[in-house]
Ligand binder design. Structure first.
Ligand code: ATP
Ligand code: MG
Length: 201
């Protein structure tokens, strides 16, 4: 009967916001472990700047290495095609039928959940955890839950504090300015990016 957090994303690249998001949810929701799941093809994102799934998977593995309760799953990468969360949760539930899943989302993702494919299956398989990405997000999260997601049957836990204001987009745009991003990304992930010449046109 473990409580397992799940964070899906492109992780293009994984940054400290993702790690702090996992640590914060683990503590507040009393989770036993957190699984990071990099997408294969994200259903709603342009893949213009998306590096290969193998690089994104490798970077996730590097970033979680020092955290005993964090792991990375290649379930979406192995499945290929569009990475739909309802399919992923259905697959994980078959592997871990006794676990309670918490699907962890940042505010931007949380506010679009009702438009994802088969949201009712997502809500049946997991409790949704929502974390603000900046201080103005909190109220929007509660009202979105009350007006849209609650009527759809979602069980939601809204956490109050933003963790760190950073996005993968910001990291990609400033990849040559290590001083600016060094506190926002794992050093070994940064070295992997440099070694493999990622995010440079
Ligand atoms: P991009 O800029 O490429 O969209 P991103 O930083 O938003 O990248 P994703 O891989 O899209 O990263 O995000 C995966 C999940 O992590 C999403 O639910 C997203 O909302 C959440 N997330 C990402 N960064 C943060 C952050 N700084 N604080 C809270 N949640 C975050
Ligand atoms: Mg994003």
């Amino acid at each position: 009967m473990s409580k397992t957090g799940i964070i899906g994303g492109t992780f293009n690249p994984i940054h400290n916001g993702h790690i702090l998001l996992a640590l914060y949810c683990k503590e507040k929701l009393n989770l036993d472990s957190v699984i990071f799941i990099p997408t294969y093809t994200p259903p709603h994102k342009s893949d213009k700047e998306l590096v290969s799934e193998i690089h994104r998977l490798n970077m996730c593995n590097i970033a979680v290495q020092r955290y005993d309760d964090f792991s990375v799953s290649d379930i979406e990468i192995k499945r290929k095609g569009k990475s739909y969360t309802y399919e992923t949760l259905t697959g994980l539930k078959e592997i871990y039928p006794d676990d309670t899943f918490y699907f962890i989302t940042g505010a931007d993702m949380f506010l679009t959940l009702e438009k994802w494919k088969n949201p009712e299956i997502i809500f049946e398989k997991a409790i949704i955890a929502a974390v603000p990405r900046n201080s103005s997000d909190s109220e929007v999260l509660s009202s979105h839950y009350q007006t849209i997601l609650k009527p759809m049957g979602a069980k939601v836990s809204i956490l109050d504090e933003p963790v760190l204001s950073v996005s993968s987009t910001f990291i990609r745009e400033n990849i040559d300015n290590y001083d600016l991003i060094k506190s926002l990304i794992d050093r070994n992930v940064y070295e992997y990016i440099v070694k493999n010449n990622l995010y440079r046109e």
